[in-house]
Design a protein around this ligand. Structure first.
Ligand SMILES: [Zn+2]
Length: 230
């Protein structure tokens, strides 16, 4: 049977990650939201209207995967439906992080996916970061927009909005967010530095073997030459 971390510890971890998101400038004001699976049917989620840098463990909201509030005095994040959709569709997901890191958000605004095979670790751990269709905040369109991606990828850019990542625990979901932002930064810098070397098909095959060895099954397979001819 799957072992879950105690709720008290999870509450502390969510606050710690919230603090990191805020300190690193991945969110400003009350932006962003974090959730963690407590067990098969329940999650903890950050409340609406509170800065992720100033949360207390008791302010978190407990919900079931039907969207009912089952604990906590605050209202959950307005984007909790997006988190719940991820848990419903992919049982391997145990944590979801949403933020507005500036470089990833710029890719999301330009609606440009991150898919060039230029960084070995990025190809292995992240793969492709697709762009989900735009949806107005708080609408059903937001959770619906991520449906095509939550099973096969590790992160998705939300068009004209921000970045969503997930993982088998909160640390993995958060590190993926950091890695996608770093990937975006490198892609952006390459525009100034020159034509990057892209891994060829054979090299990508080798990187996919390493990915498999690490037990990572999602991320999609980046292909070289996608930008050629654009
Ligand atoms: Zn947002």
């Amino acid at each position: 049977m799957k072992q879950y971390i105690g709720e008290r510890k999870l509450r502390r971890k969510i606050c710690d990650i919230g603090q990191k998101l805020y300190d690193k400038g991945f969110v400003v004001g009350n932006d962003g939201n974090i959730s963690v699976r407590i067990n098969e049917t329940e999650i903890l989620v950050t409340p609406t209207g509170i800065s992720k840098g100033y949360m207390k463990p008791k302010c978190l909201v407990k919900m079931d995967l039907d969207g009912n509030i089952i604990g906590g005095k605050s209202k959950p994040s307005t984007e909790v439906k997006m988190h719940i959709k991820a848990y419903q569709l992919n049982p391997n997901i145990n944590a979801v992080v949403h933020a507005h890191p500036p470089i990833s958000t710029a890719f999301a605004v330009a609606r440009v996916p991150m898919e060039r095979p230029v960084l070995a670790e990025s190809v292995i751990n992240i793969g492709i970061v697709p762009v989900a269709n735009f949806a107005f905040p708080g609408t059903q369109g937001v959770p619906d927009s991520i449906i095509p991606y939550v099973k096969d990828y590790n992160a998705v850019l939300l068009a004209n909005h921000g970045l969503l990542t997930w993982g088998n625990d909160l640390k993995q979901a958060y590190f993926r967010l950091e890695s996608v932002e770093q990937f975006g930064r490198i892609l952006m810098l390459l525009k100034q530095i020159g034509t990057p070397y892209e891994f060829n098909a054979q090299e990508i095959d080798e990187l996919m073997k390493i990915r498999k060895g690490l037990g990572i099954e999602s991320g999609g397979i980046p292909r070289s030459g996608l930008e050629k001819g654009k």
